[in-house]
Design a protein around this ligand. Structure first.
Ligand SMILES: [Zn+2]
Length: 462
C-alpha cells in the first residue's frame, strides 16, 4: 500500500517536472575542443537520468559478481549442516533402536559434515558402546572431557565404564570430578556415595550423604538411617584404633540418628557397659526395644544389668519387656529369664504366647529346654528338637537387595555388596534349609529392591 503510494508520488513528481519543463523551455549549448552541441534542457536532463540509472544497475551487477563465491560457500555450508543434523538425528534414532551398524555409519557421516563435535562425539561414543567397542567409546568420552559443555557427559560415560569393569579407584576419581562439576546431580551423588562406601571411606561418605540430604536428593528419614550406618562403621574403626572415647561419641551419634537401628544401639550400649555406665546402656536398649526388639539387644541388656540370680534377672527383664509389651521377642526374653529363674509356669506361658500357631525353631528349642529342666522329660525334649529342625526359620538379617541371609549384620552385603540393606525379618524357608552358621545362609530369591540412592545407572551416558 505504502509502496503504491510512493510510486504514485514519484510518478506525479516526474509528470509535474515534465509539465514545468514544457512550460519553461530553454536551450543548452556545449562547446568543447571545436565541437558544438545544441540541445534543449529537457533532453539533457533526460539523458543524465538514463546514465545515472544505468550506472546504478552496473554497480549492483558488479557487487553481485564479487559476492558470488561467499554466497555459494554459505549455501554449501547450510546444506552440509542440514545433512549433518539429519545424520545426527538418524544416528540417535539408531542408538535408541539398538542398531549399532547404522548408528556407527550415521555417526561417521555427522562427524564429517558437522564442524561442531560435542553432539557427534556423544553419538560416536554411544554407537561404539552399542557395537561393544568399549575402548573406542572411552576415546570419544575422553575427547568430550576437553570441552566444558561436554565434560560432564564424558565423565558420566567413563564412570559408567569404570563401574562396569569394577575399576573402583578409577571410578571413584571420576565420580569426585563429576561431583565437583554437578554436586546437585542425584546420579553423581549416589555413585560417589556408593564408591566411597565401597572404599571404606566412611567419613567422606557421611559428608556426601549430608550434602545429598541438604540438596533434597535423599529423603531425610532414609538419610538418617544411612548416616547411622556410616557412623557405626566410623565408631568401629575408632574402637579398633584404640580411641574408646571417639568410638563412644560416634556410636552415640549413630544411635541418635536412628534409635531403631539395632547395630548402633548394641554398639552404644556395649561401649557404655565397658565404660561402667550400665544404667545408661539399659535405657538405650529399652528405647530401641520399643522400636525394634532383637535378641542381640537382650544379650547386651543382661550385661548392662547383671543379675546375681535368675529371680533378679526375671525381675529386671520385666522393664525391658514393658518397652514393647506383647511382642514375640518380649515373650521370648521373659521366657528365657523365667527358665533361668526356674519359674516353669511363667516360662511355659510366655513360650506358648511367643509360639502362636506355628512355633519357630528358637521357640521349639526353648520348649525342649523347658521339658528337660521341668520334668526331666528327655523324650518330650527330643520331640521338640525334631519339631525345631522342621519349624519355620527365626528372623535373620536379610538383604533387601539380593535376599542374602546373614547371621550377623554387616554394612555391605557379602553377596551383592549393596550398602546398609540388611533388614531383620523372617527369611524364606529355603534359606533356613541351607543350614545355620554360615555368614551367608543362601539365596533366598527375594525380588530386587534397590534403594533409590544407591543404584548404579549402567544405561550409559545420555
Ligand atoms: Zn545383597
Amino acid at each position: 500500500m505504502i509502496q503504491a503510494l510512493w510510486f504514485m508520488a514519484v510518478l506525479a513528481a516526474l509528470a509535474l517536472t515534465g509539465v514545468w519543463l514544457a512550460d519553461h523551455p530553454g536551450s543548452v549549448t556545449v562547446q568543447w575542443q571545436g565541437y558544438r552541441l545544441d540541445s534543449s534542457v529537457a533532453l539533457l536532463l533526460g539523458a543524465v537520468a538514463v546514465v545515472a540509472v544505468l550506472t546504478a544497475l552496473a554497480y549492483r551487477f558488479w557487487m553481485a559478481l564479487v559476492d558470488l563465491p561467499s554466497v555459494t560457500r554459505r549455501w554449501r555450508q547450510g546444506r552440509r549442516q542440514r545433512r549433518g543434523f539429519e545424520a545426527l538425528t538418524r544416528g540417535m534414532v539408531a542408538v535408541a533402536a539398538g542398531d549399532a551398524e547404522d548408528a556407527g555409519r550415521q555417526g561417521k557421516r555427522a562427524e564429517g559434515l558437522l564442524e561442531d563435535p560435542p553432539l557427534t562425539l556423544l553419538l560416536s561414543a554411544q554407537a561404539a558402546q552399542l557395537a561393544g567397542d568399549e575402548q573406542a567409546a572411552a576415546r570419544f568420552f575422553e575427547a568430550m572431557l576437553e570441552r566444558p559443555e561436554t565434560e560432564f557427559l564424558g565423565l558420566r560415560g567413563l564412570l559408567t565404564q569404570g563401574i562396569k569393569r569394577h575399576d573402583w579407584d578409577e571410578a571413584l576419581a571420576l565420580a569426585r570430578r563429576a561431583y565437583r562439576l554437578r554436586p546437585k546431580s542425584a546420579w553423581v551423588a549416589a555413585n560417589l556415595l556408593d564408591l566411597q562406601v565401597r572404599a571404606g571411606q566412611w567419613l567422606d561418605a557421611e559428608i556426601t550423604l549430608g550434602e545429598a540430604v541438604k540438596h533434597a536428593l535423599v529423603p531425610p528419614l532414609q538419610g538418617g538411617r544411612q548416616r547411622a550406618a556410616l557412623l557405626h562403621e566410623q565408631s568401629q574403626e575408632a574402637e579398633a584404633g584404640g580411641d574408646g572415647a571417639k568410638a563412644l561419641k560416634l556410636a552415640r551419634r549413630a544411635y541418635d540418628y536412628d534409635p531403631a537401628f539395632v547395630p548402633a544401639a548394641v554398639r552404644l550400649a556395649r561401649l557404655l557397659v565397658a565404660d561402667g555406665k550400665g544404667l545408661k546402656a539399659a535405657k538405650v536398649i529399652e528405647k530401641t526395644w520399643g522400636l525394634e526388639p532383637h535378641p542381640e539387644l537382650f544379650d547386651v541388656y543382661r550385661a548392662a544389668c547383671p543379675a546375681e540370680d535368675g529371680l533378679t534377672l526375671a525381675r529386671g527383664v520385666q522393664s525391658l519387656a514393658a518397652a514393647n509389651p506383647g511382642h514375640r521377642e518380649s515373650h521370648i526374653a521373659l521366657a528365657e529369664a523365667a527358665l533361668e529363674a526356674r519359674l516353669w509356669g511363667e516360662a511355659r506361658s510366655h513360650l506358648s504366647a511367643a509360639a502362636g500357631a506355628a512355633p519357630t525353631a528358637r521357640v521349639c528349642r526353648l520348649m525342649a529346654h523347658l521339658e528337660e529342666d521341668e520334668h526331666g522329660d528327655a523324650a518330650g525334649a527330643r520331640e521338640w528338637l525334631v519339631r525345631a529342625s522342621m519349624a519355620d526359620p527365626d528372623p535373620a538379617w536379610v538383604c533387601e537387595s539380593c535376599g542374602n541371609v546373614a547371621a550377623e549384620w554387616t554394612v555391605l552385603c557379602g553377596k551383592c555388596e549393596d550398602f546398609n540393606r540388611f533388614a531383620w525379618r523372617t527369611p524364606p524357608r529355603i534359606a533356613h534349609l541351607a543350614g545355620p552358621g554360615d555368614a551367608g545362609l543362601g539365596d533366598a530369591g527375594l525380588e530386587d529392591a534397590k534403594p533409590a540412592v544407591l543404584t548404579h545407572d549402567e544405561a550409559g551416558a545420555g
